[in-house]
Write a new protein. Structure first.
Length: 564
């Protein structure tokens, strides 16, 4: 009987018929289509989760060592620290950026940090968030007399940025190894190290942009998981997806991104470019998600259900956070131009309420608007000769890096040992790791081709970050304009240059079969390039950190005449 039963299930050829694989549940199929199998597999193994966290901490420790060691060197205000450190200190002390006497730096560096004018505000041309962050660092260090205190906020932010880079890249590429590679590249890059060791604003701009980008990556995943859940509920209940899809509810990660972008704008106005670019990017992600989920009128659905609510949340939030960042300016009557409307007799329009608080709000708002108009005139009209001014076309290859500090000593002078056989040089040069940036310059056009070929959202995201931080500056450069700008502005898109490089590695690994000769070549090439980049960083580390080196050593590192 048993043989007969088995035989009954056999075909006429004597073989068993193929059993069709079970159809996966609707939700699982949607998640696979919306997020990809690699992302769904990420973190399933305990070893993957362990290295995702422990590896990130190891890379962050490397970044901390490179940024904190001898952070107080040089013991002088370097480059634009002369503005932002003193402005931050007076802001924390008085509640507004005070004016300083002529040539205050020697006294400030010697410990006289309170020579500011308590009754006179300074005209400053950048919002206050970055200066508040510098000030918080000085307060936590107990004052502003130690150069390390001037820079501790930048260093901590730079260290945290490396940790975030690991975690963001891990999710972006669905690979713990690639996340660690991205974090290591940021940990050893010269631009990132120099800005982490100086009290300038652009470091904080980069940080808040990176935070916003990470929030949007999280929002993309959350939204797609929610979309899969709700579409699956409709289908499993016997309904059809139809022309329009479900609403996803309030998106907290998107709100967090908006807050971060508001803080970025509160550091420097160039954060506005990222507001525009990231808003467009997240809407495109929503459009493609609804199309992948099988929604009929996906473009219209994404516009009404996703894009409009996104604009109604993101834009007011960015504006509210930015205005709130000026709260100290509102609170202190001695703030620069705070009483402009009253002094100039600029009255509110007739339709404005005449209540006392409303009158005061209008006067403060109108004065702030006038202040912003003056700031706009300054930024758009800035045109002064500077030895290190550079055209943005050369930024991607670090053609004209910015020298923040440079001194030369004879043997026995300053930090130069008496038994030195030649002069010594100390330098802080905002120069990215040359090998990393030159590879990045090659990677950008290659990534463009791959993005168009594979419609890959990961490469698109990295390139959008580069475009937002780089391309707008061409509007202020020859032949369209002649504003004075510098290569060190490129720190804001440094993480995205690294993500572009890692994207090429991701494509190379994914497009070659496991255990194949091509796969081994890709792995060996990536490992060799990583080792070479780290080795180059070791060579250049002294001129990023004002370490005394023989003058000839410094000269050998200046590979291009434009670097001097």
């Amino acid at each position: 009987m048993r043989r007969e039963a088995v035989g009954a299930r056999m075909t006429s050829t004597g073989s068993f018929p193929a059993v069709p694989p079970a159809e996966p549940p609707v939700r699982d199929r949607l998640l696979r289509d919306l997020l990809g199998e690699r992302r769904l597999a990420l973190g399933r193994r305990a070893s993957d989760r362990f290295w995702g966290l422990f590896g990130a901490l190891v890379v962050t420790a490397i970044a901390a060592g490179a940024r904190l060691w001898a952070l107080g060197r040089p013991g002088k205000l370097v480059f634009d620290e002369t503005y932002y450190v003193k402005e931050g200190w007076s802001l924390a002390s008085l509640g507004f950026e005070a004016a300083w006497p002529d040539k205050p730096n020697p006294a400030f560096e010697a410990g006289d940090v309170s020579s500011y004018k308590t009754d006179e505000a300074e005209y400053v041309v950048h919002p206050p968030v970055g200066k508040w962050m510098i000030a918080i660092g000085m307060r936590l260090m107990g004052g502003a007399t130690d150069p390390m205190a001037w820079r501790i906020a930048s260093a901590v932010i730079g260290i945290v940025a490396v940790f975030l880079m690991v975690r963001i890249a891990r999710r972006l590429f669905s690979s713990t190894l690639l996340g660690l590679a991205a974090g290591l590249l940021l940990a050893v890059d010269g631009e990132a190290i120099v800005h982490s060791r100086t009290g300038l604003l652009d470091q904080f701009l980069m940080f808040w942009v990176l935070v916003a980008f990470g929030c949007l990556v999280m929002d993309r995943e959350w939204a797609r998981r929610r979309l899969a859940d709700r579409v699956a509920q409709i289908v499993e209940a016997g309904g059809a997806v139809g022309q329009y899809g479900p609403r996803l509810g309030f998106r907290w990660w998107r709100l967090a991104a908006a807050v971060s972008l508001g803080l970025a704008c509160g550091v420097k106005w160039s954060g506005l470019y990222f507001v525009a670019a990231f808003c467009l990017l997240t809407v495109v992600w929503d459009v493609t998600a609804r199309r992948t989920a099988g929604i009929g009128r996906w473009w219209e659905d994404a516009l009404v259900v996703d894009a409009v609510p996104a604009a109604l949340v993101v834009l007011p939030t960015v504006l509210a956070v930015y205005v709130a960042s000026w709260s100290a300016w509102f609170a202190h009557p001695k703030s620069y131009l705070r009483d402009w409307a009253v002094v100039n007799g600029v009255n509110p329009p007739g339709w404005w309420p005449d209540w006392g608080w409303a009158q005061g709000a209008w006067e403060a708002g109108r004065s702030l608007w006038e202040y912003h108009r003056m700031m706009w005139d300054f930024h758009t009209g800035l045109n002064s000769d500077h030895n290190y001014a550079s055209h943005p076309l050369g930024w991607i290859v670090q053609w004209r890096p910015t020298s923040f500090f440079w001194e030369k000593f004879a043997p026995g002078q300053g930090p130069c040992p008496a038994d030195a056989t030649s002069d010594c040089a100390t330098a802080v040069t905002s120069l990215g790791n040359p090998l990393l940036w030159w590879l990045g310059a090659i990677a950008i056009p290659v990534a463009l081709v791959l993005v168009f070929r594979y419609r890959d959202w990961r490469g698109t995201a990295a390139l959008v970050g580069i475009a937002a931080g780089w391309l707008p500056w061409f509007l202020y450069s020859w032949p369209l304009a002649d504003r004075t700008i510098f290569t060190f502005y490129s720190i804001v898109f440094t993480p995205f240059v690294i993500l572009t490089l890692v994207y090429l590695l991701a494509v190379g690994l994914e497009r070659t079969p496991r255990r194949s000769a091509d796969r081994r070549i890709v792995c060996w090439l990536a490992a060799v390039l990583m080792l070479l980049i780290v080795a180059v960083s070791v060579l250049y580390y002294p001129i990023w950190t004002a370490m005394p080196v023989p003058y000839e050593y410094w000269q050998r590192l200046m590979l291009l005449p434009s670097w001097i």
